[in-house]
Design a protein around this ligand. Sequence first.
Ligand SMILES: *Cc1c(COP(=O)(O)O)cnc(C)c1O
Length: 377
Amino acid sequence: MTDRIRRHLESTVYDGPVMVLDLERVRDNYMAFAKALPDTRVFYAVKANPDPGVLNLLAELGSSFDTASVVEIDMALATGVSPDRVSFGNTIKKERDIATAFARGIRLFAVDCEAEVEKIARAAPGSRVFCRILCDGAGAEWPLSRKFGCVPEMAVDVLEHAHRLGLHAYGVSFHVGSQQADTSMWSGALAASAKIFAECAERGFQLSMVNMGGGFPTRYLKDVPAVGQYGSAIFEALREHFGNQIPETIVEPGRGMVGDAGVIQSEVILVSKKTQAEDEIRWVYLDIGKFGGLAETMDEAIRYPIRTPRDGDRMTPCIIAGPTCDSVDVLYEKVPYALPVSLSIGDMVLIEGTGAYTTTYSAVAFNGFPPLRQIVI
Ligand SMILES: *Cc1c(COP(=O)(O)O)cnc(C)c1O
């Protein structure tokens, strides 16, 4: 929560859930990344929050952009940045989308297998490619696990294939898992990257870049290390594994750039119980749920801080659910959430740390509920 968001919500009445995002916080976060990793280029992961206000500010501050589709590429280019500040970082791309990206001037692409290399060689000849390696996502609250990347031994072959097909085999990428609270997790992936660099050099071509992905956390209920601590751990790991030949590096923060800049205001629609028993657990139904933007509560992975106007009263464990007619639209049940006993129908609650992965995850019109509204201040 920031003072600007608090003042905004005090002075404006909204009917329905709204996410208010403070650009001053995004600016602070960008500056913190730039300071923590001074020799590393920042490619903001557009999917976390593609609002034009966010993208324009980051472009102005010097950020580059990691995109996953032609639409995201166009959003990034709409800020006025040159195409060399945009990467097509999705390893799963249609060949015609690669061709469109190439026509827009994009020359940096992610791959994780030879078939994808071949698409790029045909549709974006001469471009730079980096190969994503698997990371198990240990220690992350939102692991990205097995869907992206190949084993490091295979990456050498994939990059050699790119080299042979006339592409610029440029480097290696990994993502240690989103909301990664362990600053030491980059070290293992950097060790694997250094090995790939050495093996490619033995095969006669030189890699130059390591893309160290995202994973930098937002503070939810638990404390997380500051971005400076990530910077030091990463720098130490680079020195350990690459010695005095530290490669060009980039990072792709999404959550860590915008998560704590946003707050959702939501209304309590109903407080009820399933039996008349005195000790029966209370159900609290909000006007936002899994389909309204809180998809990351899936498996109760992300636990958002929730503030109420009655904080300080006696607390009681509650099941929190969303407003739609789908029984999976329950936010917290396996581990109930403590809320004030006095919380009542019509109360407004504030769900903090919701600047990332909320507006983009909200459904278009499930049950007729409109997508999550966003106000950028
Ligand atoms: C989603 C994504 C990111 C951003 O991850 P965060 O954990 O939000 O920082 C970065 N890089 C790639 C390739 C991604 O898919």
